[in-house]
Design a protein around this ligand. Structure first.
Ligand code: CA
Length: 232
C-alpha cells in the first residue's frame, strides 16, 4: 500500500511517515500542496490513500481535495487540521474528504483511521495487484501464483519482501537501481546499506524461485535489477 502524505511540519511529517512505515505502508511524503499536486495529477493511481494537512504552502489541503474530486478521482483522503470548529469540518467533508483528524492526535488514532478508511472502501479491501501469474493481495498481505498443475500456491512473505515485490511488480521490465530501492522502501536515517538491499533481494528470489526457470528478478550488472514478468 502506498500513501501520499502532505504535511509541512517536519517533526509531525516524520513521525507520521515512521508510524505508517512501521505498519507496512510505503509513504511518499511531500511538504507542499504544489508538490502533492504534481504527484497526484498524473500518478494518483499509484496511491491507495492520501493524507492532507489543511494549511500548506502552495495549494491548501482543501484546494488539493477540490482538484482531486473535480477530476472525479476516488482516492480516499484523510484531512489533518488544527481547526476544530464544526464549520471547518463540514467544509472539509463537503469538499470530499473521507475522514478528518484534529491535531494534536496520537499515532495509534491515525493508524486506526487509516485502517477504517481501507475497510470502508470495498475496492481497497479486495485490492489485488496481478502481474503474470503472480498476485499480491493487499487485504491479506499474501502473495500467490498458480502453479503448472493449476493449483493456487501461496508464498509466505515478510512485510519487507512484500513491499519489495510490490515495487518490482509496479515497475515491470524497468531497471531499478539499489539507490531507488533504498529511497523508496527503506526509512531515512535507518542507515540502510546497499548490502541490506542485496540480502533482501536474495531472500525474495529464493521464495519466488521455480525449479527450471530463471530468476524473476534479474541482476543488471552495474545498474541494478529488473523484474521480468514473462518468467513468472
Ligand atoms: Ca500545516
Amino acid at each position: 500500500m502506498r500513501v501520499l502524505l502532505v504535511e509541512d511540519e517536519p517533526d509531525l511529517g516524520a513521525a507520521i511517515k515512521r508510524a505508517l512505515y512501521q505498519s507496512g505502508y510505503i509513504v511518499d511524503w511531500v511538504l507542499s500542496g504544489t508538490e502533492a499536486w504534481e504527484q497526484l495529477e498524473n500518478q494518483w493511481t499509484q496511491y491507495t490513500l492520501a493524507i492532507f494537512d489543511w494549511l500548506l504552502p502552495g495549494l491548501s489541503g482543501i484546494e488539493l481535495l477540490k482538484r482531486l474530486r473535480g477530476q472525479k478521482r476516488p482516492l480516499p483522503v484523510l484531512m489533518l487540521t488544527a481547526k476544530d470548529s464544526m464549520e471547518d469540518k463540514v467544509t472539509g467533508l463537503d469538499a470530499g474528504a473521507d475522514d478528518y483528524l484534529v491535531k494534536p492526535f496520537g499515532m495509534p488514532e491515525l493508524l486506526a483511521r487509516v485502517r477504517a478508511l481501507q475497510r470502508r472502501q470495498p475496492q481497497l479491501q479486495s485490492q489485488q495487484l496481478q502481474v503474470g501469474n503472480l498476485t499480491l493481495d493487499y487485504s491479506t498481505y499474501s502473495v500467490w501464483r498458480i502453479d503448472q498443475a493449476g493449483e493456487q500456491q501461496v508464498i509466505p512473505m515478510t512485510a519487507k519482501e512484500f513491499q519489495l515485490l510490490e515495487y518490482f511488480m509496479r515497475h515491470p521490465n524497468q531497471i531499478i537501481t539499489r539507490d531507488q530501492l533504498l529511497d523508496q522502501l527503506w526509512e531515512l536515517g535507518s542507515e540502510p546499506l546497499s548490502h541490506v538491499v542485496a540480502a533482501q533481494i536474495r531472500l525474495l528470489r529464493r521464495k519466488l524461485a521455480i525449479p527450471g526457470f530463471e530468476d524473476l528478478i534479474e541482476t543488471v550488472y552495474g545498474l541494478g535489477y529488473r523484474f521480468n514478468p514473462t518468467k513468472v
